[in-house]
Write a protein that binds this ligand. Structure first.
Ligand code: S3P
Length: 432
């Protein structure tokens, strides 16, 4: 679907974005392992989360959905087995890397024979980062040169002791899930902090686990074969969707935007600090804890200056970098992104896709292997952008289209539904 997006005069109003995708996946998966019925409210309507819902359904988990509320009848750790019918159960993970990696950990731990498939983008994404550690501890996984389709064979895992070599919350979570099925004590370490939703939900479910700071990262200890208690929670709004509206409000002069009920977990909301140090007028008010802190963000159109984002800050803003590139184009001076090689293996090669998008809008950008430098502050033009099926590129391009003169066209705009089906409705609601 092509979407025409025209330049706007101002951004004004109040929005709520849909439930956080990362938290939604985890709430569903962990609830299916609990010993009773969980209730998750405010679940994301994203297509990626539907992939997780369907996959759990195929594993025999009973899920009752009514709007954005879902009741999950947990089967307990020992209950997540399937009768062996000879054929592996097929789980379609669609476009969702999180579904594929989390399910690989869960299935390897549960010892369920399954075949994981996905769309063209997912078939190209690296899976060895989960396959290697799982196989080292006893899993049997067939793969196509480290990529999907995967076939997980029945195997029996031993306790895991592993330091995750890439900063990846998906890998960390896959190993935590697998270790929940294994007797004894497993230890998973990360040397660079990544999003900690799994740990927060496990704590809320009184799971047999501990997370503690270790060197510069964290050590997670899991005592396996103990069912977590059911979960009862409200998923806050997704900061990685809200960020596109926040970036737009920052770069369009005279704008005022309020984002309510958005997740403000410190391992996710770092982009707001980055915007603040660029001179962005961003006020954050944390209103409640629960397993996941959330609150209100108020933004005004601002004069921005470039910044550098690198090292340990990268995993904390990894999904927000396309939106950051939009703000960078309107900031004076250079914005430098380094140490972000991971972006090359997201739903698209996001370094290449962001640089291409910036150039098409008339901006100046230098691409490097591990990032890029945007030279901002010059006027931009309207553009024709191919999303390449990457939801975050489609949303970033829409932000720039709103800030550009004339009308731009976003090709393949329907992919926003992968993370934010409500994106264009919200955009229409706040632009003038
Ligand atoms: C996610 C972790 C990140 C992120 C992805 C969602 C998660 O990926 O980019 O959109 O829910 O754990 P990695 O863990 O591979 O860095």
């Amino acid at each position: 679907m092509d979407r025409e997006v025209s330049g706007v005069r101002r951004v004004e109003g109040e929005i709520r974005v849909g439930g956080d995708k990362s938290i939604s996946h985890r709430a569903l998966v962990l609830s299916s392992m609990a010993d009773g019925q969980s209730v998750v409210r405010g679940l994301s309507a994203a297509r990626d989360v539907a992939s997780t819902l369907q996959s759990l359904g195929r594993l025999g988990v009973e899920l009752e959905c009514g709007g954005t509320t879902v009741r999950v009848l947990g089967k307990g750790i020992a209950g997540l087995k399937l009768p062996d019918t000879g054929e592996p159960v097929v789980l379609d993970c669609g476009n969702s890397g999180t579904t594929a990696r989390l399910m690989t950990g869960l299935l390897a731990g549960a010892g369920v024979r399954a075949r994981l498939v996905g769309d063209r983008s997912l078939l190209s994404r690296p899976m060895k980062r989960v396959i290697d550690p799982l196989c080292r501890f006893g899993a049997r996984i067939e793969h196509r040169e480290g990529r999907l389709p995967l076939v997980i064979q029945k195997g029996s895992l031993q306790a895991i002791r592993y330091t995750v070599p890439v900063p990846s919350a998906q890998v960390k979570t896959a190993l935590i899930l697998a270790s929940m099925f294994v007797g004894g004590k497993s230890e998973i370490e990360e040397t660079i902090i990544t999003r900690d939703h799994t740990e927060r939900l496990l704590a809320a479910m009184h799971a047999a686990f501990r997370s503690e700071p270790h060197e510069n990262g964290a050590r997670i200890t899991v005592w396996g074969r103990k069912d977590p208690h059911p979960l009862d929670m409200e998923v806050p709004g997704d900061i990685s969707s809200a960020v596109f509206f926040i970036a737009l409000a920052l770069i369009v002069p005279g704008s005022r935007l309020v984002v309510r009920n958005v997740g403000l977990n410190p391992t996710r909301a770092r982009i707001l600090s980055v915007f603040k140090r660029m001179g962005g007028e961003v006020d954050t008010n944390v209103e409640a804890g629960g397993p996941e802190p959330y609150g209100t963000v108020r933004v005004r159109g601002s004069s921005l200056v470039g910044t550098e984002v690198s090292g340990r800050e990268i995993p904390l803003v990894i999904d927000e970098i396309p939106a950051l590139a939009c703000a960078a184009l309107f900031a004076s001076g250079e914005t430098v992104i380094r140490d972000a090689r991971e972006l090359r293996v997201k739903e698209s090669d996001r370094i290449e896709a962001v640089c291409d998008m910036v150039r098409r809008f008339g901006g100046e950008v230098e691409e490097r292997e591990d990032g890029f430098t945007v030279r901002g502050g010059a006027p931009i033009n309207n553009a024709l952008i191919e999303s390449g099926g990457d939801h975050r590129i489609a949303m970033a391009a829409s932000v720039l289209a709103c800030a550009a003169p004339g009308t731009s066209t976003i090709r393949g705009a329907e992919c926003v539904s992968v993370s934010c089906p409500e994106f264009f409705d919200l955009l229409e609601h706040v632009v003038q």
